[in-house]
Design a protein around this ligand. Structure first.
Ligand SMILES: Nc1ncnc2c1ncn2[C@@H]1O[C@H](COP(=O)(O)OP(=O)(O)O)[C@@H](O)[C@H]1O
Ligand SMILES: O=P([O-])([O-])O[C@@H]1[C@@H](O)[C@H](O)[C@@H](O)[C@H](O)[C@@H]1O
Length: 366
């Protein structure tokens, strides 16, 4: 497995034996996540159906906080997020930015319009067209903290992780995991997101010093899997079909977990963070990909949230910190109970109905 830094660059010889495991006497596995939070506007049938916090850094933070190892007594998983937003940033108090605040810039917060088609998630047809409507400042090498990290995640969404910033990450981190969307996105005059061949970018020469490169099936042709796998391990995620790992000399398929897809946003980001968390626990790459598939499936299936939105009108008074708890059955109890029961029943049913999920979460070497 390639090491992030060149042998005599920043690290001691032999460090690659235990890529992401803490060394004896090292208390933490501190990580460095680089990529900006953004505003996402979700559009279906020409109508705005939601406005949310976006940016891979937000999804990644939530998953790492939930799944990565932490020291006993320590409230938060040990990682730093380097992200940039403008003064218009609307989600400063959302959990991820509140825990790891972004750097403030004069330019507006990066913003995407995501236009959804009604097609179900498929590896073969993109179910979302993205348009970047604002771009915040890039993240420069000098924006990164000047210390060593156990691992780094390069998770830009709008070209904000510059080649020199990725190079600096590689120098600072023992292992770097990269989302291809940070490297190969191109934006036309209208902001529509397209792709360029990775080989034609200044990032290509850095691949031999990257540990893992993750791409969606839509991005994979631009990554050039056959060339890239000779330089680092390539993971291609395939929506409801799970993912495949390609390395120099082998490949494996890791089957998905069943999910009822509500919103595909953040599946790839959550996958990568789940995968990284798996490596931090000392799992093999294929087992870590299982954890990635699990978090990808969890990201797309916001079933419970949808039920709550549909069945319960949001209460005007807070009832967690206030004194407004009641212990009676509410008027929506029966309806809510039935909807949750139905959602729970659908999970095993969908698993049976979809033969590709028969070996859900299983690994096959190919
Ligand atoms: N409909 C789905 N059902 C189950 N798992 C899914 C589904 N969609 C995505 N996933 C999981 O999330 C991962 C990433 O999803 P994918 O759609 O390939 O990424 P992206 O969001 O980058 O396009 C997949 O490899 C899979 O594990
Ligand atoms: O859905 P996904 O591919 O994992 O990642 C998404 C990015 O592609 C998108 O640019 C951003 O606006 C979303 O918030 C999310 O980060």
């Amino acid at each position: 497995m390639p090491l992030a830094a060149e042998p005599d660059d920043t690290h001691e010889e032999g460090e690659d034996q235990q890529l992401l495991l803490a060394k004896k006497g090292e208390p933490t596995l501190e990580g460095l996540v680089v990529g900006s939070y953004c505003h996402d506007v979700l559009i279906r049938g020409g109508r705005v159906v939601g406005e949310t916090l976006g940016g891979a850094a937000a999804f990644v933070s939530n998953v790492l906080d939930a799944a990565s190892p932490r020291e006993a007594e320590q409230g938060e998983a040990p990682f730093v997020v380097v992200s940039k937003v403008g003064r218009d940033f609307a989600y400063a108090s959302a959990p991820a930015p509140a825990r790891r605040p972004p750097l403030l810039c004069a330019s507006p917060t990066t913003s995407f319009h995501a236009q959804f088609s009604d097609a179900a998630a498929s590896a073969h047809a993109p179910d979302r067209e993205l348009r970047r409507v604002h771009a915040c400042d890039p993240i420069y090498p000098a924006d990164l903290p000047d210390r060593r990290f156990a691992y780094g995640l390069a998770v830009g969404v709008a070209g904000e992780v510059l080649p020199e910033t990725l190079e600096r990450m590689i120098r600072l981190c023992r292992a770097v995991l990269v989302d291809a969307q940070a490297l190969i996105r191109a934006f036309d005059g209208d902001g529509a997101v397209g792709h360029v061949a990775l080989e034609d970018t200044p990032y290509a020469r850095l691949l031999p010093r990257v540990a893992f490169l993750k791409a969606s099936s839509e991005e994979a042709p631009y990554v050039g899997v056959e060339t890239a796998r000779r330089r680092c391990c390539v993971i291609v995620t395939d929506g409801r079909d799970g993912c495949r790992l390609y390395w120099d000399g082998g490949e494996a398929r890791v089957a998905p977990f069943p999910a009822v897809q509500v919103d595909p946003t953040g599946a790839g980001d959550s996958f990568l963070a789940g995968f990284a968390a798996g490596l931090l626990w000392g799992l093999s790459a294929t087992d870590a990909a299982l954890l990635g598939n699990f978090f990808g499936a969890a990201a797309v299936s916001q079933a419970v949230k949808e039920i709550l939105e549909e069945k319960i009108a949001k209460r005007s008074s807070p009832c967690i910190n206030g004194t407004t708890f009641t212990f009676d059955r509410s008027s929506v109890h029966d309806e809510l109970h039935a909807a949750l029961q139905e959602a729970a029943r659908l999970i095993p049913e969908q698993q049976q109905a979809d033969p590709t999920n028969g070996n859900c979460g299983d690994i096959c070497s190919v």
